[in-house]
Design a protein around this ligand. Structure first.
Ligand SMILES: [Zn+2]
Ligand SMILES: [Zn+2]
Length: 346
């Protein structure tokens, strides 16, 4: 294990930047917001802690690259920023979700509402759900795990055609596993940042996925015919529970973060940290570190406390059977953030 502890002076320069206009822009934050962001960089902060590298297979040692400070994010001419004509995030569900008891619609609605709170002040809308057949995508059976997989590039081509004119981005989600090309085993998701779109699978977020008797394995004698999508009609999808909801919320917000131009975080523990495997993804927190928060805030323009309150409201919303057990630590964390921000309304 290795603790990636950056000196406080370094983190401060990464947050403020060296550009005069960006330092001036920082001064626009309220005194409470500045105190909150800066206290978060201190080694003793209870809210934001150093990244711990557990093994050489973690993202940072496996993918060495320069970290992205606020200034390099802000100065990137290719990053995408919502504007009045493009400020809607569209979610496209692809194929079966859940067990048909109605929880599916609930689940994607919870996910949508979570994105609305996370990307506070942007609109998040659904496109009408589509079947796998409607996408005309190529599919296969994975020879190692014996489960169905969809070709991620074909799904991106489909999403490109479906992307509405006023979209900031379009995100496809599916419960079927994905592969990027024949020689690859699988992929959690694939995105085109320049096109503002991505597609992600939650199949491997099922705790049983890697068990030998995983229910999503195809029977040995099933023969697939290209273009015959009937195999997807009764195919297995993971049960919807609190852990699956948490993992899905984390993935979707992480991936949309990339569409904003936020690269993998190497500063502090953060939802924008890269992850090579599910265990590393589970280790990441649900929210942004102060540096990535400034990146998002500069792109959207919200009051920091308002966004935390919206996330808190999402967890507290008792109008449905939303399984929020896995979000309780996050709930406490949000309260602590709001208390440092001097917010007394919650
Ligand atoms: Zn990523
Ligand atoms: Zn970060």
């Amino acid at each position: 294990m290795q603790c990636l502890q950056h000196p406080v002076e370094k983190l401060r320069s990464v947050l403020f930047s060296a550009r005069k206009d960006l330092i001036q822009a920082y001064e626009q934050y309220s005194e409470e917001e500045k105190r909150f962001l800066e206290e978060g960089l201190l080694p003793g902060s209870a809210l934001f802690t150093a990244i711990i590298i557990h093994s050489e297979s973690d993202w940072i040692p496996a993918h060495p690259q320069p970290p992205q400070d606020f200034q390099s994010f802000y100065s990137n001419p290719y990053r995408k920023t919502p504007d009045p004509g493009h400020k809607t995030i569209y979610i496209q569900t692809i194929g079966p979700f859940g067990d048909g008891t109605g929880i599916t619609e609930q689940y994607v609605k919870w996910l949508k509402e979570y994105c609305e709170a996370f990307y506070y002040s942007l609109a998040v809308k659904f496109l009408p759900a589509v079947t796998i057949a409607a996408t005309s995508c190529t599919f296969r059976v994975n020879s190692n795990t014996n489960n169905l997989q969809l070709h991620a590039g074909d799904l991106l081509a489909f999403l490109k055609k479906k992307k509405p004119k006023d979209a900031f981005c379009i995100v496809g989600i599916t419960m079927i596993d994905l592969y990027p090309k024949d020689s690859w085993n699988f992929v959690f998701g694939q995105a085109s940042l320049s096109e503002g779109m991505g597609v992600f699978s939650f199949a491997r977020y099922d705790d049983d996925f890697y068990r030998r008797n995983y229910a999503g394995q195809l029977k040995k004698n099933v023969k697939l015919k290209p273009g015959d999508y009937s195999v997807f009609q009764d195919c297995y999808t993971p049960p919807i529970n609190s852990t699956l909801l948490l993992r899905s919320c984390k993935t979707v917000t992480h991936e949309i973060g990339h569409i904003f131009g936020i690269q993998h975080c190497q500063w502090l523990q953060c939802v924008m940290q890269g992850s090579n495997h599910l265990e590393e993804s589970d280790r990441r927190p649900l929210d942004l570190c102060p540096i990535c928060l400034r990146k998002l805030q500069s792109a959207i323009g919200f009051k920091i406390a308002d966004r935390y309150k919206a996330l808190l409201q999402w967890i507290a919303d008792g109008s449905s059977d939303k399984p929020t057990e896995a979000f309780q630590d996050f709930r406490k964390w949000l309260y602590e953030c709001l208390s440092i921000l001097g917010d007394k309304t919650v």
